[in-house]
Design a protein around this ligand. Structure first.
Ligand code: S3P
Ligand code: PEP
Length: 437
């Protein structure tokens, strides 16, 4: 059997030890960052499932999105990623056999299998060693209940094989999406193409990352789908065509978080250029959190600006809506004037690494007082010290270490290359930021 191979774009960079630069003056600058990972991923899937061509403007070009594009190409979609600013997508009949490398991307391992189920032929999925530990079983079981044939590992995750039948019947499904909102997003994104559409009901502890679910439903509607989410924990997607269109991707708000943190730690100001007047990302929640930590947040024609005030307060916060911000907020908490308690994020133990355990271990090594809870951390600031900071192949652990390094000389990251997951330019952008301080 000959495979079209979606694994060729894998850039598993060699570990790159890195001494985090320390800031000697306030960081004050305007940063230009690439597009949102989450929006780029959704735009790629929706464009691939549309009945005409699309263009993705200002996409994120990073490991997660390049692997997503490679996976879709392996299924027969033409995606030209030559121009960093503009990716034309030409959908074609989805077909296997194909192999998809998901890297360590939750978006790929949860968004692509439902699309692969629409293909004709066998589609195999695997990824980085740790990707095999990330939760997947609920979405696989939901797909099976919708009539899709899938072989998964004994643990219910990767590696897995989807036996695409060229169509998915669809209908009603029940899922426990408390371990990841991406289970819901993944099913909804392909649902307009299911013969009967989808009525998906969540049963279990609350679904995290509500803003990401809203991003999914907004983008589905923008592509012409009829979606109803008026009943809590129930999403209804009518069957129907998706329309090709131009997607303009917003700058990545979570990717901007460490840069905003740099302004806060150094008493400077960082503006994220190109921030839209209306956003599909949870900018209100981020502004609220940074303000309670002591920052001033404002929006103007130049972009979104975060200003450090010289005060960094500890906070008590439920981060379930914006859980991917936990590492950077934890770094700020470790440098704050008083203790913080960050809760509501049990599911981030299933992110790129067990982020609660990883933050507890590395912040303790740096000298902070840490109490670990099943769903979060209490952080007691103490004078911090030089340390070897393990990054666990997790881009956001690297961001957290970089933020601490601004204030603490001698923070040595075991690897900064893991930032290529969402921002390959991170080390250079960060060094430039500090050099200008
Ligand atoms: O749908 C998405 O694009 C994402 C949803 C969230 O996942 P979880 O709900 O698993 O936290 C978020 O943390 C992740 O970085 C991106
Ligand atoms: C949780 C994250 O990623 P993923 O999309 O791989 O789940 C993240 O980027 O913080």
């Amino acid at each position: 059997m000959s495979y079209r191979d979606g694994t060729m774009a894998t850039v598993t960079a060699e570990p790159r030890p890195w001494l985090a630069p320390t800031a000697s003056a306030p960081v004050s600058t305007v940063v230009r960052l690439p597009g949102s990972k989450s929006m780029t991923a959704r735009a790629l899937i929706l464009s691939a499932l549309s009945d005409g061509p699309s263009v993705i403007e200002r996409p994120l070009r990073a490991r997660d999105t390049e692997l997503m594009a490679a996976g879709l190409r392996a299924l027969g979609v033409a995606i030209d990623t030559t121009d960093a600013e503009r990716w034309p997508v030409e959908p074609g009949p989805l077909r296997g056999p194909a192999r998809v490398d998901v890297g360590l991307a939750g978006t790929i391992m949860r968004f692509l299998p439902p699309a692969a189920a629409l293909a004709e032929g066998v589609v195999e999925f695997d990824g980085d060693p740790h990707a095999r530990n990330r939760p997947l079983r609920p979405i696989i079981e939901a797909l099976r209940s919708l009539g899709v044939s899938i072989d998964a590992s004994a643990t219910g995750g990767l590696p897995l094989t989807v036996h695409g039948a060229g169509l998915v019947e669809g209908g009603e499904a029940v899922i426990d999406a408390s371990a990841s909102s991406q289970f819901v997003s993944g099913l909804l994104l392909s649902a307009p193409r299911f013969t009967k559409g989808l009525v998906l009901r969540h049963e279990g502890p609350p679904v995290p990352s509500a803003p990401h679910l809203r991003m999914t439903t907004h983008m589905l509607r923008a592509a012409g789908a009829a979606v109803d989410e008026s009943v809590p924990d129930v999403w209804t997607v009518e069957p129907g065509p998706l329309t090709g269109r131009t997607w303009v991707i917003e700058p990545d708000l979570s990717g901007a978080a460490p840069f905003f943190a740099a302004a806060m730690v150094t008493g400077g100001a960082v503006t994220l250029a190109g921030w839209p007047a209306e956003s599909w990302q949870p900018v209100g929640r981020l502004a609220e959190l940074l303000t309670s930590l002591g920052a001033e947040v404002s929006q103007g024609p130049e972009g979104l600006t975060v200003r450090g005030t010289g005060t960094l307060r500890g906070i008590t916060a439920d981060l379930s809506e914006v859980s991917e911000l936990t590492p950077v907020i934890s770094a700020l908490a470790a440098l704050a004037e008083g203790p913080s308690e960050l809760r509501g994020v049990a599911h981030i133990r299933g992110h790129e690494t067990d982020r609660i355990a990883a933050l507890a271990a590395e912040l303790s090594k740096a000298g902070a007082g840490i109490t670990e809870f099943p769903d979060g951390l209490r952080i007691e600031p103490q004078p911090l010290r030089a340390t070897s900071f393990e990054t666990y192949a997790d881009h956001r652990m690297a961001h957290a270490a970089a933020v601490i390094g601004l204030a603490v000389p001698g923070v040595n990251l075991t690897d900064v290359a893991c930032t290529s997951k969402t921002l390959p330019e991170f080390p250079e952008l960060w060094a430039g930021l500090v050099a200008r301080s």
